[in-house]
Design a protein around this ligand. Structure first.
Ligand code: NAD
Length: 435
């Protein structure tokens, strides 16, 4: 099948590469000429484990191409995916300007029947708007279908998530589009992936509801962590004891500095605003957002307490800057908010991240030194703060760390170390939800 994917970011590039791996002919389109030039040189514009090999293999096989020419790509495709960003607008609602722009451009390029599929995360009703935009902007009368196929991949394990998803959600309004979309995902039937076929608006709601629920689990366990600290309980055991109940599940019950990244923060706000527009108060989602917003202050207070009650004249070695490990994505990263909070309150920061240093250091920040490795970051520091749980931080040479630090203080915001072991090694150690 010939496919065009418009928007070659984290989702579009992975989607395009994986569909080409299924044997389809895929053209990935982006209006960022530099990004397309990078891809044409065989370099990856983002960090995602395994992506470079997947792209290289399919480009060599002639199944995957990159272009800025939307018209050419759309003309040859039967299915056109819209995978552009839907960032948070100033009013908290999803900014759909990129999606609408692409819908207009697709309409103007329509030369035969096509299925236009939204992969971007969009509010309920966007499919209807896309249908209207395409209908109004067609240059020639052609039939088309609008579909929704929300993406659930996680950065850091995006390829595995795409190739082995828990489920595929397809929202369609007609049998033709449903048949084409099912055909596209046929390779996943072999591994018995459940396919949920709904109408378009239901598929749109499934995506937001899923992200809101996952964010709820995170805010919930963070509040339990606060309670555990006060009553002397261990939040890890609480999470395990809860999570083994299959009605609850073990995933997303890890306490820390709150959720971040390019999805949960904007998607929880967008569903809240969407519901408000329809006079539906989403009290739980509202509380989830409030709890999450408070995590940065809670984390900074924990670091301040570990430093003896003041940031003045103190140096913090900050390990991890991305919102989670195995990505270079700094969007809405709690680690970056903590970094800004530390310098804003008078501390100096020596920061290190295994992947994101080139991106982070593009922004010069006063009193922030970007370091070459974790040991340089903690040299002369009054405290080591783990902000992102990269694997390499789990196996630090703690003797070496203690030897180079000014004071043996660790604030483990991701609970990667064993409290007793760290204290036995002479560190003043604090973490989240474990006394
Ligand atoms: P991104 O910012 O990485 O990529 C978007 C791309 O679209 C950019 O390369 C941009 O240049 C391009 N673009 C914008 N306007 C364009 C236009 N008119 N023509 C061609 N290209 C255009 O975004 P992303 O993280 O890949 O997210 C895309 C969508 O997928 C969002 O709606 C997001 O919420 C959703 N999503 C993201 C993830 C994730 O983990 N990143 C997971 C699931 C869903």
């Amino acid at each position: 099948m010939n496919i065009a994917v418009v928007g070659t970011g984290y989702v579009g590039l992975v989607t395009g590469a994986c569909f080409s791996e299924f044997g389809n002919h895929v053209v990935c389109v982006d209006n960022d000429a530099e990004k397309i030039a990078t891809l044409k040189r065989g370099e990856m514009p983002i960090y995602e484990p395994g992506l470079d090999a997947l792209v290289e293999r399919n480009v060599k096989a002639g199944r995957l191409m990159f272009t800025t020419d939307l018209t050419g790509a759309v003309e040859r495709a039967l299915v056109v995916f819209i995978a552009v960003g839907t960032p948070q607008g100033n009013d908290g609602r999803a900014d759909l300007s990129f999606v609408h722009e692409v819908a207009r451009a697709v309409a103007e390029s329509l030369n035969a029947y096509k299925v236009v599929v939204t992969k971007s995360t969009v509010p309920a009703g966007t499919g209807t708007t896309i249908r209207e935009i395409i209908g109004k902007n067609l240059k020639e009368p052609h039939a088309f279908s609008v579909a929704s196929n929300p993406e659930f991949l996680r950065e850091g394990s995006a390829i595995e998530d795409f190739l082995r998803p828990n489920r595929v959600v397809i929202g369609c309004e007609d049998e033709t589009a449903a048949a084409i979309m099912k055909d596209l995902y046929r390779p996943l039937y072999l591994i018995e992936t459940p396919v949920v076929v709904t109408d378009v608006v239901t598929a749109e709601v499934i995506k937001y509801a899923s992200n809101a629920f996952l964010a709820t689990k995170i805010s919930f366990i963070n509040e339990m962590a606060d309670l555990c600290e006060k009553v002397g309980a261990d939040v890890h055991d609480v999470a395990r004891g809860m999570g083994l109940d299959q009605r609850i599940g073990r995933k997303f019950l890890h306490p820390g500095p709150g959720y971040g990244g390019s999805c949960f923060p904007k998607d929880t706000r967008a569903i809240l605003e969407l519901a408000r527009d329809h006079d539906v108060p989403l009290k739980i989602v509202s509380a989830v957002i409030d709890v999450n917003a408070g995590r940065i202050a809670t984390s900074l207070a924990k670091i301040k307490a570990a430093l003896g009650g003041s940031f003045t004249g103190k140096t913090v070695g900050l390990l991890g800057l991305t919102f989670k490990p195995n990505t270079d994505d700094l969007r809405e990263s709690p680690a970056m908010a903590i970094l800004d909070g530390l310098v804003g309150q008078g501390a100096k920061v020596q920061a290190y991240d295994p992947i994101a240093m080139p991106i982070a250091s593009q922004t010069a920040r006063e009193n922030v030194r970007y370091c070459d490795d974790e040991y340089q970051a903690v040299t002369g520091a009054d405290a080591l703060v783990v902000a992102t749980e990269w694997n390499q931080f789990r196996a630090l040479d703690v003797e070496r760390v203690r030897g180079v630090m000014k004071a043996a203080v660790i604030v483990d915001l991701r609970n990667v170390y064993e409290p007793d072991a760290m204290r036995a090694k002479g560190f003043a150690y604090s973490c989240v939800g474990r006394s």
